[in-house]
Design a protein around this ligand. Sequence first.
Ligand code: HEM
Length: 433
Amino acid sequence: MERRTDRTGPDVDIVSHDVYAAGLPFAAYNRLRAEAPVAWTDLGPHNGHHGRGFWSLTRWADVVEVHKDWRTFSSEVGGTEIEDLDPDAIVARRTMLETDPPRHARLRQLVNPAFSKLAMERHATTAERLVSGLFAANVGVGEVDAVTALARELPIRMLVDILGVPHADAPQLFHWADQIVYNADPDHVADEVGDVSDRVDTDPFRLLPFRSPVSLKVFEHMERLAAARRTDPAADVITVLADAVVDGVPLTERERGTFLLLLLIAGNETTRHSLTHGLIALAEHPDQFDRLRAEPDLATSPLLDTAVEEVLRWACPQIHFRRTATVDTEIGGRPIRAGDKVVTWYVAANTDPAQFDDPYRFDLARTPNRHVTFGGGGPHLCLGQWMARLEVRVFLQALASSVSRIEVTGPVERVRSNFINGVKRCPVVLHPA
Ligand code: HEM
């Protein structure tokens, strides 16, 4: 049939979670980009709720084009995950991430001020103090796990402050968020649920984010937090969401719950992984680390600005998102049918030689550096980009001032996920400056 020949590409696996548990499949992305940059990834008939297949984009220019053209490539029609959802599940699971303009803009306006570049400046001193303390406690003490000892704390503390979640609630809330997003990783899945990502018998959970019943616990918690804020309002996101009205209609309980969950998931893990990947990259490229350390006044140096962007390009914690074509169209000369799923592989786009000179070189002074770590532009460009930049920035500063050498002392354990480029454990010894 016409569609089949059209859809043939090299036989590479860029989807299975096991591939990602071992490492990012750069060779496969390179082959796709060279031989079939708009490739039909066929999943075959037996692949749970992931549908038969989708288009994979590995070129930077295509990823950017699709993200900017939200009318042709909708986030709302089928959601942003590869999973095929029934219409009722699409509605039940929808957050602003899966909403097209113009409603998207009104939802985003609720939280934009709390995450703006200006707002982040107010958090800089707290972030610096926290990170300095973490390094003071973990440098020169022998082997530590970089994830738990260094990278985990900062994103959680910052989010908790901005959202207005009591510090005491944070461990439980973030534990639930991890269980929800890492529904394919045996270390994370909730005991009562198991791995739901590859299963077909999860119908009872299909209206819940990531098909995870753990979401219900987050929703209940959100209602308790919102009720508390209605009587005791504060300058935080929970207060805004508690009484939010959009298009004349108050947000529903479910909308408040999914909103909180979106922020918990999007703002925590991604940033944590960019810190860990940054640390590993600097351990593997001591010349670059020395360059950072050699800056006499790193805080005001242009090298710190470019270093933050290069760490983000290199780390690329979000592996992909999805859009759905709303009309028959084409990408790079390939016909795309209305209803087709289009997956934008950010990690592949960030290593596209047509956009990045010598893309596999880790170069802290790289410029220009138009990475798509936060998405390819358009309305959904990451809400938390300034928060992530601040966190990487203070982390690099503390690292450069307190450490002379980073030694990775054991195997780096990756998360089993084709969605988040995550590190679970990374044993390191930090030698004092
Ligand atoms: C290095 C860290 C981060 C990475 C790699 C990252 C990645 C992304 C990407 C790729 C998107 C675009 C989604 C799309 O186009 O469909 C996005 C959107 C989003 N991010 Fe981030 N993000 C990071 C940090 C954060 C932080 C700290 C927050 C804070 C809560 C956050 C909240 C969000 C939200 C709410 C959206 C949806 C925006 C919208 O739909 O308008 N992210 N992020």
